[in-house]
Design a protein. Structure first.
Length: 249
């Protein structure tokens, strides 16, 4: 699948989940333009980031979210208001009659992803593959026993990629549920092979939920792993990037 420029008349479609991407290191003028679309509350939060890369990560991701929503809902980016669940998952404040649009965002070391859907619970996660990460320690601590064993059965040279594939599958799921990692990462099993399509293998709180959740790998860059998770039946993805500065990704 390729990342395309979105057509002007792009409409939300229940059969698809739209994924938008951007580099974080945009030109200063582009970051400033995104900052100009944020709410007062978001600008206050952005101002608290003392490291410039963290500031840019937040502003570009929120700016991309507002731009993507604006593109499909045909409203100005600054008009959207977000509310937060008790676990801090943001969602669109809706007026009566609005389409039930859901979204989720993720950012990691220079890349931002935004997923938008209609009437589904969705979660997205991207991670840069970092060889220096102590993946065995992290996997032992956070993965289920079955996942840890499957990871250790992978050839050593493939383990770091398998670790990040598994990590994004698990994080995207707990973000789709909305609880974040407080949900309990060892409460469920996913497959660990990064080359295989991602799939939920076991859901210990209710075995029937294993068939409720659908996953897809988001191919964004060879140095990253990213996964999208949704309920509401099988889905197809549409991949969009529309910023000139994003073309080098
Ligand atoms: C959500 C969580 C998995 C994020 O993981 P991460 O890999 O560090 O970050 P990502 O870049 O993938 O995602 C961050 C985005 O996820 C969204 N998000 C935040 N909390 C979320 C949640 N509970 N569920 C789904 N999405 C969430 C936000 O949009 C956030 O972006 P922002 O901080 O720029 O607004 C992790 O922070 C978590 O578990 N949070 C739960 C916190 C919690 O339980 N808080 C209790 C009340 S304070």
């Amino acid at each position: 699948m390729t990342w395309r420029k979105p057509p002007e008349d792009l409409q939300l479609d229940t059969a698809y989940i739209d994924v938008w991407r951007s580099r974080i290191d945009l030109a200063k003028s582009d970051v400033a333009a995104y900052a100009g679309t944020l709410s007062r509350q978001e600008r206050e939060r952005a101002a608290k980031f003392t490291f410039p890369d963290k500031y840019e990560e937040y502003v570009v991701t929120r700016g991309l979210l507002r731009k993507a929503l604006s593109h499909v809902l045909k409203r100005s980016p600054g008009t959207f208001q977000f509310d937060y669940t008790a676990s801090r998952k943001p969602y669109l404040s809706c007026s009566a009659g609005d389409a039930p649009v859901s979204f989720n965002v993720s950012h990691s070391h220079g890349q931002a992803l935004v997923a938008i859907s209609v009437d589904r619970n969705i979660g997205i996660d991207i991670e840069k593959i970092r060889a220096e990460v102590e993946y065995e320690k992290l996997a032992r601590r956070f993965f289920s026993g079955a996942e840890f064993e499957a990871l250790m059965r992978c050839p050593p040279e493939q383990r770091v990629v398998a670790f990040f594939a598994t990590w994004t599958r698990k994080e995207a799921f707990v973000k789709a549920v909305g609880k974040g990692i407080a949900f309990g990462l060892s409460e469920f099993d996913v497959n660990v092979n990064p080359v295989e399509a991602p799939v939920m293998l076991a859901t210990r709180w209710n075995p029937q939920h294993v068939s409720k959740w659908f996953m897809a790998t988001v191919d964004t860059d060879e140095n990253y792993q990213a996964t999208l998770v949704a309920d509401g039946g099988e889905f197809q993805m549409r991949l969009w990037q529309d910023h000139a500065s994003s073309d080098r990704m």
